[in-house]
Design a protein around this ligand. Structure first.
Ligand SMILES: Cc1ncc(COP(=O)(O)O)c(C=O)c1O
Length: 220
């Protein structure tokens, strides 16, 4: 199947999940994760009506956002402090702010470009040592500190549950944390689990493989 057909199939599955959860389909935004795929694939999705794209690497985001500035670009990758200056100015929303140092750098760079950077806080819901994300018990303090920063607007929480576990309890825990903190957005759900994420309240699903196919592997 081609990208347009894949996209239509994903949209139909999003609508079905919304219907099951008695949710308005407009309350779920589809972020097409184009990491590792060529700009031609992005253009095919854009021609089929997809407007929001997610990228994991700062340089790749920069290059693709320059080639297709009409799209809305999100940054969904690990946020290295030294790459923040590339991300700011190219990402409408940064999903992966997970520590105060990164938040301060985002705010500093956004301030110098005279705009407000929208962000989400990434939460390490499975407490995995190798994963990015603030621990759940750190989130309220991190949010309080981030709110003090002039050029940031924190809109919600994001997670990537452990690959080898049922994601649903993690999605539910993130929603409860989001409600406790008092935020709006929930970035959760990828190709393998976005329907469960929608049923648990996701407002942003990040889907790559189901739209673009397997990511091409770099040459050995
Ligand atoms: C943070 C994040 N979200 C979503 C995706 C998309 O995952 P999938 O291809 O399983 O849909 C990726 C892929 O790398 C990712 O890193």
């Amino acid at each position: 199947m081609g990208i347009a057909e894949n996209l239509a199939a994903v949209q139909a599955r999003i609508e079905a999940a919304c219907a099951r959860a008695r949710r308005d389909p407009d309350s779920v935004k589809l972020v097409a994760v184009s990491k590792g795929h060529p700009i031609e694939a992005v253009l095919a999705a854009f021609a089929a009506g997809q407007v929001v794209f997610g990228e994991n690497y700062a340089q790749e985001l920069h290059a693709k956002a320059d080639l297709l500035s009409e799209a809305e670009w999100h940054f969904v990758g690990a946020l290295q402090t030294n790459k923040v200056k590339i991300v700011v100015g190219h990402a409408a929303l940064v999903h992966t702010c997970d520590r105060l140092a990164a938040a301060k750098e985002l705010s500093k760079r956004a301030f110098s470009k005279s705009f407000t950077q929208r962000i989400l806080l990434e939460v390490n819901v499975g407490r995995e040592p190798q994963k990015e994300g603030a621990l759940p018990e750190e989130v309220e303090a991190l949010y309080a500190a981030v709110r003090e920063l002039d050029a940031l607007r924190c809109e919600g929480l994001m997670c990537i549950p452990p690959a080898d576990q049922d994601p649903r309890p993690h999605f539910r825990a993130l929603r409860e944390l989001r409600d406790r903190v008092g935020l709006r957005e929930l970035s959760m759900g990828m190709s393998a689990d976005f329907e469960a994420a929608i049923e648990e309240g996701s407002t942003l699903v990040r889907i790559g493989t189901a739209i673009f196919g397997e990511r091409p592997r770099p040459a050995p």
